[in-house]
Design a protein around this ligand. Sequence first.
Ligand code: NAD
Length: 531
Amino acid sequence: MAVKTTEAGTREAVQEFRNEPFTDFSKPENRQAMQQAVEKVRSQLGREYDILIGGERIRTPEKFRSYNPSRKSEVIGVFQKGTPELAAQAVEAAYKKFQQWERTPAAERAGILFRTASLVRQRKLELGAWMVFEVGKNWAEADADVAEAIDFCEFYAREMLRLAGPQPLTPIAGEVNELRYIPLGVGVVIPPWNFPLAIMLGMTTAAWVSGNTVVLKPSSDAPAIAAQFMALMEEAGLPAGVVNYLPGSGATAGNALVTHPKTRFVAFTGSKEVGLGINELAAKAPPGQIWIKRVVAEMGGKDSIVVDAGVDVDAAVEGVFASAFGFQGQKCSACSRAIVVQDVYDAFLEKLRARVEKVRIGPTDDPNVYLGPVINETAMRSILNYIEIGKKEGRLITGGKAAGGDGYFIEPTVIADVAPKARISQEEIFGPVLAVLKARDFEDALDIANNTEFGLTGAVYSNSRERLEEARARFHVGNLYLNRKCTGAMVGAHPFGGFNMSGTDSKAGGRDYLLLFTQAKVISEKMPPQR
Ligand code: NAD
């Protein structure tokens, strides 16, 4: 069993990894505590945050703001605008720090990550409240995001201890052989806004616990949450310069980071378009670059739930509802197509409509709200445009327009009778819009499920063992769920990553993940013959 060093300097056995429990907000004491966290964060809105490079705090003449999508004019924070020059400075600083950090023992790095986990756990509700304000997560969604972040810390710290231990090799007479997982160098971490703590923290901590240094360019829609995390890593004892914080536009700061010759790898999660662009840019070796950059790119999805004949329609409706409309459908794993076998199609649609129409929409600082806003005006326009396309491509069952109010609210929308190759059946919408497709039979449903360029998540509701086995073999997605919803992957239990245009299948939260942030060095020493 691995051993960790505690804050008091004693060594203790590391317990087996277990997922962080979710907070039960039906309990009055938890509701009250969360309400206090919401008020505390509300009192901190509007602050200005610095760029952090090698421990130095930097302000730029140009600033940008992040806003509350539930109340368009409420400023969450004011941020410096990273320039290409500052991007180069950040990579150089990270490169310098790498020379020292890579020699820091793995157990020490893991120890800092265990402390980070404890601090995130202590601030669980407060970090959740930041997400309520900055990206419009409802309380349960925000809490789940923080729990996942804690899980990433706990899991990757253990993984680093495992990888730092002896690795099995075939014995050869007269030699001592060893395989070490060593870090790569400077990593550029580019997260999306939709899991603004969990994914941002997951990619960043995986990189540094493996011995790399990082330039973190947060999403411009969620830079305040990343700033809270920077402060927390410092408190956990992470030396200055191991993670450098450079907010700014993807097209300028982001590109400069990706193309820099001292950047060794890029860990990206976001849209297909941006991911492919980064992959292409990273493939070019500028003068002075002495490696092939590694790109970990997790991208979009067009995820389907297949509903077979003979199932418990209520259970299928609940699974589809939660997968399609949780966090307003703004998850890469969100169900955006329900493919329903014709025998249960009408019953399914009727029950789904009734379920969706019960939803309460509004600003997510209200604990009774289920459906919050979409992230910003561009997203709102794009989603409403897809709804108009959908009205022509199918039959509107419910929703279909903006929901009014002071935020970017859209009614949860269901469009039925959509053809398999229709645009709303093929393109990622990333909002509260579900297409429902009718399949002749189970085989036809599986064919439709596999007909996009993506391959991230999928689910099947069926009572037939044979059909479930058929789905296991033929449904081509990185994360397949049977008789349950297709969102809510748990670290350790459901390593996460997609096929085809959904990305490089990095399996975040799994045992293979840290290998993407390391390279293996094999050392063979010839021993004198034994007498
Ligand atoms: P996005 O692609 O617009 O942005 C992602 C990040 O890339 C942001 O930090 C952004 O600032 C940065 N960026 C933008 N242009 C850039 C450029 N030219 N160079 C460098 N960086 C650049 O995605 P988003 O809107 O933040 O997130 C939503 C998308 O992310 C959806 O497509 C969703 O499916 C996907 N996503 C995938 C996963 C997964 O695990 N597969 C998880 C979450 C989100």
